[in-house]
Design a protein around this ligand. Sequence first.
Ligand code: NAD
Length: 282
Amino acid sequence: MPGSLDGKVAIVTGAGRGLGRVMTLGLLAAGARVAATELDAEALDQTGQAAEAAGAGDRILDVVADVTRDDSAPKIVRAAIERYGRLDILLNNAGINMSLFRQPDMKFATKLWEVTPEEFRRIIDVNVVAAFLMTRAALPTMLKQGWGRIINVTTSLDTMYRGGMQPYGGSKAANEAHLLALAQELEGTGVTANVLVPGGAANTRMVSQAQQPDRAKLVSPDVMVAPLVWLCSNESDGVNGQRFIGARWDKNLPVAEAAKKAGAPAAWQQLGRQAIVPGSTP
Ligand SMILES: NC(=O)c1ccc[n+]([C@@H]2O[C@H](COP(=O)([O-])OP(=O)(O)OC[C@H]3O[C@@H](n4cnc5c(N)ncnc54)[C@H](O)[C@@H]3O)[C@@H](O)[C@H]2O)c1
């Protein structure tokens, strides 16, 4: 796997901690150059230090930015292209849930009516709007190149409608629905759009100590790396509109088999086709 992404340029959002940091380091280890972007400058600096310790050299570029702002996405894309000359991969990873607005020692399950309008809007802004803004800014370059990858980190399907998990769950459902529609619109362009999730509560800040004191029960962020590197490589050409579960990726299998085992169509296509088309018999 090392070296399989030589020459490729990626943007990773939310690269300062958690899954974003692990995936940034994974892309670098596979040879990619990465524009790592993050709201929290201190956290991003720590990712930079870990990259340096791993020997990434000048293959990492730090961009401190809030991806919900209209002016951030063009700025991040411009910075990546100015530094590295191209853009191949956008990993929409930045995300927040209600834990950001609650005390870290609180075990909570927020009822939808207890969420403030400001909290609701912020979660939609980070988890839905920012992914749109970044995708919109990155796609023209990828379409011109005739090769590219949009990868969104959403969440497990049952989290999307689970009580106590809103508006996080619903925001991820919106994100994944947009991604699947985008995948259809990208058919034949050489650019693909896919979803990557850990496959359960993962061991990051997002799942607090109070929520899950036994950290060993949480999914390791490392499970994201092997499917991510494959998705970003030429080996996954033509794979489009799929969702991959990191925890189900079996590194002992040949990649094509591992991908088959860990993958499924994105969103909930199997539940579709319920609408009555005018003129058809229900
Ligand atoms: N941890 C889990 O159990 C889990 C499960 C499924 C999916 N996910 C998803 O994985 C992704 C990464 O989550 P994580 O668990 O690593 O969380 P995390 O809180 O450890 O990391 C998220 C990072 O995104 C950054 N970020 C937040 N808002 C931002 C903004 N507006 N602009 C730029 N950066 C911003 C944060 O500062 C943070 O460093 C999220 O999209 C999350 O929804 C997480």
